[in-house]
Design a protein around this ligand. Sequence first.
Ligand SMILES: Cc1cc2nc3c(=O)[nH]c(=O)nc-3n(C[C@H](O)[C@H](O)[C@H](O)COP(=O)(O)O)c2cc1C
Length: 345
Amino acid sequence: MSPDLSFIAAPMVNQSDFPFRRIAARYGATTVYTQMLSPERLIHDQEYLESHRRDLQYRIEESISTVVQLCGNNAEEIVEAGRKIQDLCDAIDLNLGCPQEVARDEHFGAYLLGQKDWPIVENIVSCMAQSFTVLVSTKIRLCQPSTKTVEFAERLQASGSSWITLHARTVSSRRRRQGAADLSEVKKLKESERLTIPVVSNGNVRVFDDLAKNLDYTGADGLMVGETLLGNPCLFSNDVLPDPVDISLEYLDICRLYPGVATLKTIQTHIRHFIDFQCTRRPWFKKLRVALNACTDLDDIEHLLRVKVPRWRGMTMKSAEEGSEHERDGIDLADSGVLWHLPPN
Ligand SMILES: Cc1cc2nc3c(=O)[nH]c(=O)nc-3n(C[C@H](O)[C@H](O)[C@H](O)COP(=O)(O)O)c2cc1C
């Protein structure tokens, strides 16, 4: 069955673990992507293959529409790797958007967007489409010049890509800070008469209202969100922010239910993101970061969330009310000066 592309959790290295995909799906993501996987490692590193197969297996218990993303530039290798996981996913995506140095050095991701490399990409996509039992999709950035993007997308369609996700930035605008995604380019893809496959818009969604605005403006068939979902995995379902501690505990519960797929570091990073999203400027946030890094297992993290954080939050409110600068539970409030109920950043 074709994945529902309405609301997609983006592929994110070290952050698209099953528990995170699960919580995103629980709160409205209709399809979730894995992080980009290395075909070479899926073929040659048994432990890597097994851990990703285990991670994908869980999705079957929960019937979550899942796309596995592969990177690389070698069609044979990509096909061989894809065959090892295609029984556990709904589609396989080719990463044509990674701007990182490793992609530049190994010539994959967004470094395949130049016209001279189009024949390589067309060959990879058509080998994938002919070999896999599941659908094939592509995730791209803007070509340079951006006017080439529509032509490239048409070629991907002709090669067998069942849909295209456009993260409408060029490879040189690597970070969000370096400008917003150019959603007019997504609109252009949708307006191209020769491009008939679905187009997914990716970029610039920061709050719930952006979902409808993005779809209205671009006319896209679906939306993919990355960074904002890291801070608020409930974004797709609600314009009310979840309590950051509650959502962290809920994520932790899912990690316990599906053990062995998210590393401690990944779990710590997710929880930092959930709390960071709303509480960066709280007086206790730095303490939380330090305490979170010091946790050595899930019980430690749970204790921190259930006991210490509520105490810090409550104490900060109380001390603000009383004008107190006293220290309690080893927490120095003298440096606070900021109430915890500041509006979200
Ligand atoms: C931590 C992180 C890891 C990412 N890893 C991948 C990846 O593995 N594959 C990919 O195609 N894009 C990756 N991206 C890019 C996102 O999928 C997405 O295209 C980008 O963040 C823009 O969407 P956003 O503004 O909603 O975050 C990553 C982004 C982040 C923040």
